[in-house]
Design a protein around this ligand. Structure first.
Ligand SMILES: Nc1nc2c(ncn2[C@@H]2O[C@H](COP(=O)(O)OP(=O)(O)OP(=O)(O)O)[C@@H](O)[C@H]2O)c(=O)[nH]1
Ligand SMILES: [Mg+2]
Length: 294
């Protein structure tokens, strides 16, 4: 009999949730950056073996909401925790446990699903620090075991996956065995562009940028994949930074994103990026719906 089900990932921004999903799925399905709130849309990363299908629900980092965008993100976290078969609480071992972690611990307890607590980034910790972080994690009082891992190096991940798989209910696979994520192609490509923006920007800009893929089409004569995408900023000065001197910034973003997209698609791609100002997009409910941030 096979096992299959959903494990929701909760943790503060930057804890390494998306890195963990990519590690377990074995593919770059979720974008990663050192900026908080990299993940905006819940996405499912799917890892299938002969005897189980583990569906990891990658979620936005839990943070106090400050606008309709972040309110939606937090509601989604609470909803997904309740709907899942188990919760995985990821803690950044490099930081001390704080009020944010205690808030998440309460949310997991009230969701009433089996839980596992994970201290991530142990590749950065010496033995005594790791022992301290594990104790602090255990003291948060979430039921279930505590695992030390490094999502970056893979240390401890195999044992954790075995443990998570055992928590899943018996049943048929929920997705075709070859699927790696539930994202649409349009969203996945837009996210790869946004990832390159995040890598090159600082301060408020990472939060102000959204990317929308407008069109994906195959050119008839040579099969080249033609992608049209918009990079939104909220102000003219942000737009100026994103365009860069003589267009240098948007060119660098485009070249790097094209490389990522070509690797994913396994073929040549033409990526057309335009930077636009779209004031207040984070407060526009209709737009957030259309962007799949719900
Ligand atoms: N050293 C080290 N760095 C890690 C590890 N896991 C993640 N990181 C880094 O931590 C940063 C945040 O990783 P993400 O996976 O984007 O974190 P997240 O929890 O998904 O963050 P949000 O989407 O913002 O909530 C990135 O710079 C990662 O490379 C790890 O095990 N060790
Ligand atoms: Mg993330």
């Amino acid at each position: 009999m096979t096992r299959s089900g959903f494990v929701a990932l909760a943790g503060r921004p930057n804890a390494g949730k998306s890195t963990f999903v990519n590690r377990v799925v074995g593919e770059h399905v979720a974008i990663v950056s050192d900026k908080p709130q990299t993940t905006r849309r819940a996405l499912r990363g799917i890892a299938t073996t002969a005897d189980h299908q583990l569906v990891l629900v990658d979620l936005p980092g839990v943070q106090r909401p400050r606008d309709p965008l972040t309110e939606r993100m937090q509601k989604r976290v609470e909803h997904e925790l309740k709907e899942s078969d188990a919760a995985l609480f990821l803690i950044n071992g490099e930081q001390s446990v704080g009020p944010g972690d205690r808030f998440i611990a309460r949310a997991i307890r009230s969701a009433g699903v089996p839980a596992v607590t994970v201290v991530n980034k142990i590749d950065k910790l010496r033995k005594p620090q790791a022992a301290e972080a594990l104790q602090a994690a255990a003291d948060l009082g979430v039921e279930g075991e505590v695992f030390p891992i490094s999502a970056r190096t893979g240390e401890g991940v195999a044992d954790l996956v075995t443990h998570l798989a055992a928590l899943l209910p018996e049943g048929e696979f929920l997705y075709p065995a070859e699927d790696r994520s539930d994202q649409s192609e349009r969203v996945r490509l837009a996210e790869l562009v946004r990832e390159q923006v995040l890598l090159r920007t600082r301060e408020e800009l990472p939060h102000a940028v959204e990317v929308e893929v407008e069109d994906i089409a195959e050119r008839e004569d040579d099969g080249l994949l033609m992608i049209q995408a918009l990079v939104w900023a909220e102000t003219d000065s942000q737009k100026g930074i994103l365009v860069g001197k003589g267009g240098s910034m948007v060119r660098a973003i485009g070249t790097a994103a094209r490389g990522q997209i070509e690797a994913l698609e396994g073929r040549k791609v033409h990526l057309d990026l335009h930077v636009r100002v779209r004031k207040g997009w984070r407060r526009d409910d209709g737009l957030l719906d259309r962007l799949g941030i719900e």
